[in-house]
Ligand binder design. Structure first.
Ligand SMILES: Cc1cc2nc3c(=O)[nH]c(=O)nc-3n(C[C@H](O)[C@H](O)[C@H](O)COP(=O)(O)O)c2cc1C
Length: 228
């Protein structure tokens, strides 16, 4: 079996504590047999979705209105066997960068038209990093998990004790996460679990060869859109 690919998305505008946590998770995922890639949204120009629905009308899996730094990220997301999305906590929620990234997948569900299990086969998890110990890390992780769940991605945490995923604390210090041993331990647990579960999933799919019914995805919604 080919190695599974785990994609890490960092929604921080800085190369700082959230990156420290995500790197720890991806290093652990590699130890457990995965290939990894870390994409930082820092400095990337990702315009917000304007709900024009052009992508849906044209049957495009990518936004066809904005040609910005999002364009090159679609294929990486669609090709990954597992994804770990990490965000700083801003007002107890993910950053605007993280949410803009998610929102730009307006037409993702077109993938499920031909292959209803396309996103079900992916494993996804969340990491957050707050400046205070209980500053909204869990609520931030929950928003990330909600977004991953909207795709239909199979959600995991890091195992017992990690609940919504890993919660890091930077103590409002740019590289403070380096001192959060428990938070980093939980990031590694998330990395391990995503890598292992992605391998179970890939091996299971290869072994069982289960295929979704073509057209059993979201055709009804597409028909409805054509009238608009
Ligand atoms: C606009 C803004 C809002 C923030 N809101 C929160 C918050 O609600 N809770 C919290 O614990 N920390 C909050 N913080 C602190 C960041 O979560 C913290 O500094 C974190 O380490 C940032 O991640 P980074 O080091 O990867 O940039 C906020 C920071 C900013 C800039």
């Amino acid at each position: 079996m080919e190695k599974v690919k785990i994609l890490g998305i960092c929604g921080s505008p800085r190369d700082a504590s959230t990156m420290i946590g995500l790197r720890a998770a991806l290093e652990e995922a590699e130890k457990w047999g995965a290939e990894t890639e870390l994409i930082s949204l820092r400095g990337k120009k990702i315009n917000p979705c304007i709900a024009c629905d052009k992508c849906l009308r044209e049957g495009s899996l990518k936004c066809c209105v904005w040609k910005d730094d999002m364009t090159e990220l679609y294929d990486k997301w669609y090709e990954a066997d597992g994804v770990i999305v990490a965000s700083p906590v801003y007002l107890m929620a993910p950053t605007a960068q993280t949410m803009a990234f998610f929102h730009r997948f307006r037409s993702f569900w077109l993938k499920s038209e031909k292959d209803p299990d396309f996103f079900n086969r992916k494993i996804g998890a969340a990491i957050s990093c707050g400046g205070t110990r209980n500053g909204g890390e869990e609520t931030t992780n929950q928003v990330i998990l909600n977004a991953l769940s909207s795709f239909g991605i199979t959600l995991v945490n890091g195992g017992i004790g990690t609940y919504t995923g890993a919660c890091l604390w930077s103590d409002n210090n740019r590289y403070g996460a380096n001192d959060d041993e428990i938070g980093l331990f939980n990031c590694r647990k998330v990395g391990r679990k995503v890598a292992v579960m992605a391998q179970y999933m890939k091996a299971g799919v290869e072994q069982l060869g289960i295929k979704g019914d073509e057209g059993a995805g979201t055709g009804i919604e597409m028909e409805a859109l054509k009238d608009k």
